[in-house]
Design a protein. Structure first.
Length: 115
C-alpha cells in the first residue's frame, strides 16, 4: 500500500490549493478515504471523509463550505480542494486509509497560509 500526497505549498490568505493523493497497492475503489492535518504539538485532526463511490462526504466544522473532498476511482486518486484558505489551515496534510485493521498514511504535504 502506498499513498503519495502532492499539491501543498505557500498561499496567501483567501487563496486556494488542490491536494492530491495517489494510491496504489490496494483496490482503491473499495475503501473509504480521509484527509487529516497536523500542526506541530497538536493531535492529528480529521479534515474530510469520502465514501467508496464518493456519494457520502463529511467535513470538520472548521473547513465546511471551504474544502471539498473528491475521488477518481479510475486513476486511484483522492483530492482535497481548499478554497478561502486561512492562516489556521496551516498544517501538514495527510491522506489516510483503513484497510482491514491497519491504518495507512502518506508522507504528508505541507500547506502554509501566510501573507
Amino acid at each position: 500500500v502506498q499513498l503519495v500526497e502532492s499539491g501543498g505549498g505557500l498561499v496567501q490568505p483567501g487563496g486556494s490549493l488542490r491536494l492530491s493523493c495517489a494510491a496504489s497497492g490496494f483496490t482503491f475503489s473499495s475503501y473509504n478515504m480521509r484527509w487529516h492535518r497536523q500542526v506541530p504539538g497538536k493531535e492529528r485532526e480529521l479534515v474530510a471523509y469520502i465514501s467508496t463511490n464518493g456519494g457520502s462526504t463529511t467535513y470538520a466544522d472548521s473547513v465546511k463550505g471551504r474544502f471539498t473532498i473528491s475521488r477518481d476511482n479510475v486513476n486511484n486518486t483522492v483530492f482535497l480542494q481548499m478554497n478561502n484558505l486561512k492562516p489556521e489551515d496551516t498544517a501538514v496534510y495527510y491522506c489516510h486509509a483503513w484497510i482491514g485493521t491497519s491504518a495507512y498514511w502518506g508522507q504528508g504535504t505541507q500547506v502554509t497560509v501566510a501573507s
